[in-house]
Design a binder for this molecule. Structure first.
Ligand SMILES: [Zn+2]
Length: 195
């Protein structure tokens, strides 16, 4: 489960120096007024390769971006955030964007609980706290479910359709908002509409 050790070995990043350089060379103070010009919200995955600001070439103040594991919408925190955004601003569109090769394809709830229950102290990061399993048992981790006979792509698309439907039906999401679902292909950089 701690697969990143193999795919992308640990390499420290100097966040402080990067910010110092940013302040000196890039920051111009032109985006200090709050808001998002596109009046669009994006819900997508926290995967470090899935960055809407890059694949949509967005600068500051372009769109509201919410990222979580998988880019799932059916959670209290996503609804909480979207409610606040709708109060602060007009929202014209909410885009749900899931991506290929997502970590949400790699596990299900039972497997996550199994890893925590086993609690191998030798994994990178060390053991879980004693209360971890009770928490994990009370949570839904919302992986993408690929059914029998379905391709992985169909499984991802199903999750996009499901998450769009959830927002459309939710009482705290205004009926005037266009809700769309998209797939980001990590191999081509292309974002394709699914729903
Ligand atoms: Zn992902």
């Amino acid at each position: 489960m701690v697969g990143h050790e193999k795919t992308n070995p640990y390499s420290p990043y100097d966040f402080e120096t990067a910010n110092k350089r940013y302040v000196e060379t890039t920051f111009d103070g032109s985006f200090t007024i709050v808001g998002a010009r596109s009046r669009c919200g994006i819900i997508t995955c926290c995967d470090a390769r899935c960055i809407p600001e890059h694949f949509y070439e967005m600068k500051e103040n372009e769109a509201f971006v919410i990222r979580n594991g998988g880019g799932r919408t059916a959670s209290e925190d996503v609804i909480r955030t979207l409610t606040l955004i709708q109060i602060l601003s007009e929202i014209k569109e909410l885009k749900i964007i899931h991506h290929t090769d997502c970590g949400s394809l790699a596990f299900n709830d039972e497997e996550i609980r199994e890893v925590i229950a086993t609690n191998d102290p030798n994994v990178p990061g060390g053991p879980w706290k004693p209360e971890a399993l009770a928490w994990a048992e009370s949570m839904a981790f919302q992986p993408f479910k690929v059914g029998k006979g379905e391709t992985i792509l169909q499984g991802i698309e199903k999750s996009i359709i499901q998450d769009a439907a959830y927002l459309k039906a939710h009482p705290l999401i205004k009926a005037s908002i266009k809700i769309t679902g998209w797939l980001y292909d990590l191999e081509t950089g292309k974002v394709t509409q699914v729903v």
